[in-house]
Design a protein around this ligand. Structure first.
Ligand code: F6P
Length: 535
C-alpha cells in the first residue's frame, strides 16, 4: 500500500471520531503544538492523531521535500516550465552568497537594496521632493503580486508608519484611480509603477492615466515617477530615469516579491530600519524551515494539516481568520499566494493530477466574520477547516480591554467549533426557556452545533515587523511544501493567460470596430448589449 493510500484509509477510519475524544488521553495540546521563535502553532483541534502525523511526515519525505527545499534555497531552476530559479528567500538573507548559473546573485541584490534605502531616506527626509515640495503621498500602481503584498504590509504595519501616506491602485476600472487621485496634490505625489513585466495592461493603463493627471499641473511628470520592474528597457521607454528604477531578477515570482523593490512603498511608509526588521523576521522563518526536523517544522506542519484536510478529508476550502484587524488584507494576499501557486491541474511532468490540487482559500478578520459567515462554518453542511491567528497583545495599551475581548472571541470560536452543542444540550436550554412538546423539539434542532470541526491557531506576541515577516514567510513555505507533495509547479501561473488574451480581442468588439467573428453567441450578445446600454 502506498503512503497516499494508507492516509486515505486512515482518514476514512477516523472520519466519524470526535476531535474532542483525542484530548482524553495524554497531553494532546502540548504534543500537537509546535513553537519556533515568536510563534506558537496549535493544531491539536484537528482530527490528526499520531498515526496520521507519522504518515503525513512520511508522505513529505517520500516527495523528496528535504532535497527539493535545498534546491529552492540554493538557486536550482525548480520553476521548470519557465526555466527559472525561485529565490525570493535571497531578498531577505542579504549576507549569504547564492549562485544562479554559477554566479553569486547577492552583490546585485545588496546593491539594489542599498539604492532603495538611499531613495527611501531621501524621500522621507525631504532631499527628494516633488515639484511643489516634500512628498506627502505615494501612489503604488500595480496588480496581483505587485500590489497585494505591499498593500497588505502597509496596513499590517500601520503602527510603524511615519513616512508619506501610501495609496494603492490596482484595478483597471477607472473608478479606482479616479477615486485615489482625487484630493491628492500632483506636485507632492510620487507615483510608483510596480510591474515585474512592465506589460500588464491594468498597470500600464493606470500609469498612463496617472502621468496625464500629473502633467496637468507638473512641468516634468516623469521626475515624480519611479519604477519597480525586471524590464529596464520598458521602464526607460516609459520615460522613467534609471536612478528611480529598482530592478530585480526573473527568479523573484510576482506573488513572492514584496521583500525587494516591490516593497518600496512599504519602505517609504515605515522606513528602512523597520523594513529590514521585517526581512529579519522572514529570514528567521527561512532558517527554521530549512533546518528544523519535518515533524517540528512550522511551514511543514501547516502544509501537512492543509494536505490532510484537502486531499484526505475532502474539505475543498479553508478559511483564514486573523483576529487582527491590521491583517485584514492577508486573506486576499493568501488567495493569490496559494491559489495562483497551487491551483494546477497537471503535475510537473504534464500528467493529469490523480487528486485535487490546492484548496479554495478565503477569509476575513475576526470578529467581523463572526457576524457574517461563521453561521455556515458552525452549522452548514460542509466542513470548513479554519486557521485562526492571534496576537497576545495589541499596539494600543489604552485599549487592552478590547484586545482581551478579541482574544476571548478567537479562542471561543475554535472551542465552539470543536465542542459543538448536542441535541440534548440544546433541548435542555430551550426547556429552561419554557418551551415544551413539539415546539421544544423543533426549536432545539435549530440550535444544534455538530461540532468536531477542525481548526488551527497561530499565536504570536504582537504584530511587529519581525513577526509580520515571519507570518508571510511561513505561508510562502507552506505553499511550497504543499506543491512538492502534490508534485506540481507552484511557481508558474499559465491559468491567467487565456482570459488576458480574450480580453484584448474583445476590446475592439466593444468599441464596435470588430464583428467578433468566431466568438460564441452569449459573448457577442452581451457585448452588443454593453454597446447599446452605453450612454
Ligand atoms: O496575471 C497574473 C500575474 O502575472 C501575477 O502573477 C502577477 O503578480 C501580476 O500578474 C502582475 O504582474 P506584473 O508585476 O508583471 O505586472
Amino acid at each position: 500500500m502506498t503512503i497516499w493510500t494508507e492516509l486515505l484509509t486512515h482518514a476514512e477510519a477516523v472520519k466519524t471520531r470526535r476531535i474532542a475524544e483525542l484530548f482524553e488521553n495524554g497531553n494532546r495540546a502540548a504534543e500537537f503544538t509546535c513553537e519556533s521563535g515568536p510563534f506558537v502553532f496549535d493544531y491539536s483541534k484537528t482530527n490528526i492523531d499520531a498515526a496520521a502525523l507519522d504518515l503525513l511526515v512520511r508522505l513529505a519525505e517520500d516527495a523528496d521535500l528535504v532535497a527539493k527545499r535545498e534546491a529552492m534555497f540554493t538557486g536550482a531552476k525548480i520553476n521548470e516550465t519557465e526555466g527559472r530559479a525561485v529565490l525570493h528567500t535571497a531578498l531577505r538573507n542579504l549576507s549569504h552568497p547564492v549562485c544562479v548559473d554559477g554566479e553569486d546573485v547577492m552583490p546585485k541584490v545588496r546593491k539594489t537594496h542599498a539604492r532603495m534605502v538611499g531613495f527611501a531616506r531621501d524621500v522621507r527626509e525631504g532631499r527628494f521632493t516633488g515639484q511643489g515640495g516634500a512628498i506627502t503621498d505615494v501612489v503604488n500602481i500595480g496588480i496581483g503580486g505587485s500590489d497585494l503584498g505591499p498593500a497588505m504590509a502597509v496596513l499590517a504595519l500601520g503602527p510603524y508608519h511615519n513616512g508619506p501616506r501610501c495609496h494603492f491602485v490596482s484595478n483597471v476600472d477607472g473608478a479606482h484611480i479616479h477615486d485615489t487621485l482625487r484630493g491628492l496634490n500632483p506636485e507632492t505625489t510620487l507615483v510608483i509603477v510596480a510591474s515585474k513585466t512592465f506589460t500588464t495592461i491594468e498597470t500600464m493603463t493606470n500609469a498612463e492615466t496617472a502621468r496625464r493627471w500629473m502633467a496637468q499641473t507638473v512641468k516634468d511628470p516623469a521626475a515624480q515617477f519611479a519604477a519597480l520592474s525586471t524590464a529596464s528597457d520598458k521602464t526607460a521607454a516609459f520615460g522613467i530615469h534609471p536612478a528611480r528604477v529598482f530592478g530585480f531578477e526573473d527568479w523573484v515570482g510576482g506573488r513572492y516579491s514584496m521583500w525587494g523593490p516591490i516593497g518600496l512603498s512599504l519602505m517609504l511608509a515605515i522606513g528602512p530600519e523597520q523594513f529590514d526588521a521585517m526581512l529579519r523576521g522572514a529570514a528567521a522563518m527561512d532558517a527554521h524551515f530549512r533546518t528544523a526536523p519535518l515533524a517540528q517544522n512550522l511551514p511543514v506542519l501547516l502544509a501537512l494539516v492543509g494536505i490532510w484536510h484537502n486531499q484526505f478529508c475532502g474539505y475543498a476550502t479553508r478559511a483564514v481568520l486573523p483576529y487582527d484587524q491590521r491583517l485584514s488584507r492577508l486573506p486576499a494576499y493568501l488567495q493569490q499566494l496559494e491559489m495562483e501557486s497551487n491551483g494546477k491541474r497537471v503535475s510537473m511532468d504534464g500528467a493529469d493530477l490523480p487528486y485535487h490540487s490546492g484548496p479554495v482559500v478565503w477569509g476575513e478578520p475576526g470578529t467581523n466574520g463572526q457576524h457574517a459567515f461563521y453561521q455556515l462554518i458552525h452549522q452548514g453542511t460542509r466542513v470548513i477547516p479554519c486557521e485562526f491567528m492571534l496576537a497576545a497583545e495589541g499596539h494600543e495599551p489604552d485599549l487592552a480591554h478590547q484586545h482581551l475581548l478579541l482574544a476571548a472571541n478567537c479562542l471561543a470560536q475554535s472551542e465552539a467549533l470543536m465542542r459543538g452543542r448536542s441535541l440534548a444540550e440544546a433541548t435542555e436550554i430551550m426547556r429552561k426557556k419554557g418551551l415544551t412538546g413539539a415546539e421544544l423539539e423543533r426549536q432545539a434542532r435549530h440550535r444544534v452545533f455538530p461540532g468536531s470541526r477542525p481548526s488551527t491557531t497561530l499565536l504570536y506576541p504582537k504584530l511587529t515587523p519581525e513577526v509580520f515577516g515571519g507570518i508571510v514567510a511561513l505561508y510562502e513555505h507552506r505553499v511550497f511544501v504543499e506543491g512538492v507533495i502534490l508534485g506540481i509547479n507552484s511557481f508558474d501561473q499559465w491559468g491567467v493567460e487565456l482570459g488576458k488574451e480574450l480580453a484584448l480581442a474583445l476590446a475592439p468588439v466593444l468599441e464596435g470596430t470588430s464583428d467578433g467573428a468566431g466568438k460564441d453567441g452569449s459573448t457577442l450578445a452581451l457585448a452588443a448589449r454593453v454597446r447599446a446600454l452605453r450612454g
